[in-house]
Each structure stands twice: as C-alpha cells, then as structure tokens.
Design a protein around this ligand. Structure first.
Ligand code: NI
Length: 184
C-alpha cells in the first residue's frame, strides 16, 4: 500500500522519533508499505516520520545506483533503532534531495565516514563502518529520526534563498508527482 509522504511544515518531521520494541504491531506490513511508497516516489531512502510515524525505522534501497557506485550493489536494508556512534573522516559536499522537500536540491556538507549500530527487520543487531555514498544516505535518513532535515545543514544565506520554496511546500502549493499528506 502506498502511503502519503509528509512534507516540510508537518510537525512529525521535527520530532525525535521513538525506539521500536519487538512487539510493535504490524511492523512487517509497515516496512513493506514504506518500500512500496519509496519506490513509487523514486526515492533511495525513507524514514518513518516521512509516513507520519514517529518511530526509529528507516528503509533504504540504493541498488539502482550500483552502476555508478559499485559499493551500493547490495545496499538494500531496513534499519530499526539505528544509532550513529561515530562520525569520521573528512567532510565532503554532496548534492541532496528529500521526498519531504519536493523541488529542492542543495549541496550539503557531511563527514564521509560513520560507525553505526542498528537492528534489522528481525531485530538482529549489527555494527558497521560505512563511507562514501552509503554513509551519506544513512546520515540523511538518520537525521529524519532526530527531527532534522538536510536544509538544517546549509548556510543561513542559502536557506534564505530557498525560503519561498520552503513556504510553498509548507502551504501545499508544491505538488510533486507522488502522493503527499497535506499539512493542516
Ligand atoms: Ni529525506
């Protein structure tokens, strides 16, 4: 089932999301719906607050980019209760977009390497070190669980330049070609 995606201005995107316990009801179904919603909107990652659920859940499928980035070959994953333990490496600029910020793309500076702990869909725990595009995608999605958006990382001047676009999204004047949840 395709779920409507929340957009800039929805308070759920600004909340710190809650931990998920193993008895969370219908988690499998939610994960399946999030993948379907992400594919339909042609996204690479989707965090639960983007489908109006303030819980610590992320789905990622970056495999369509494996042609350019061989490292992403098997990078289809579910992250439950992910926590970034360490940010490492240099900082790097990378052009980001977000399904909750339709029509906006900006260069964002982030560290190139992270150490992360998370559980998969079966609540098995993993600790990994990732760099490059993997680390980039995970940091962007993890931000959503902290109530952060990529526009929080850009300079005040750049932010001022996109302010009217942000307002248009918040007011429901920007209609992407995927289903969104209108702000109240
Ligand atoms: Ni996003």
């Amino acid at each position: 089932m395709i779920l409507p995606i929340t957009v800039y201005g929805n308070p759920v995107l600004r909340k710190v999301a809650k931990e998920i316990k193993e008895d969370y009801k219908d988690l499998d179904k939610l994960i399946e719906n999030m993948f379907e919603t992400m594919y339909k909107a042609e996204g690479v990652g989707l965090a639960a607050p983007q489908v109006n659920k303030s819980i610590r859940l992320i789905v990622i499928d970056a495999t369509p980019f494996a042609e350019d980035e061989p490292d992403l070959k098997d990078f289809k994953k579910v992250f439950i209760n992910p926590e970034i333990l360490e940010f490492k490496g240099e900082k790097e600029l990378f052009n980001e977009g977000c399904l909750s910020l339709p029509g906006i793309r900006e260069d964002v500076t982030r560290p190139t390497k992270i150490r992360i702990v998370y559980q998969d869909e079966n609540f098995n725990e993993f600790e990994e070190v990732w760099e490059g595009v993997k680390a980039r995608i995970v940091q962007h999605e993890h931000d959503h669980l902290q109530g952060k958006l990529f526009v929080d990382h850009i300079s005040p001047i750049k932010k001022r330049l996109i302010n009217s676009k942000l307002t248009a999204i918040a007011k429901g004047k920007t209609i992407p070609d995927y289903k969104i949840m209108r702000n109240k």
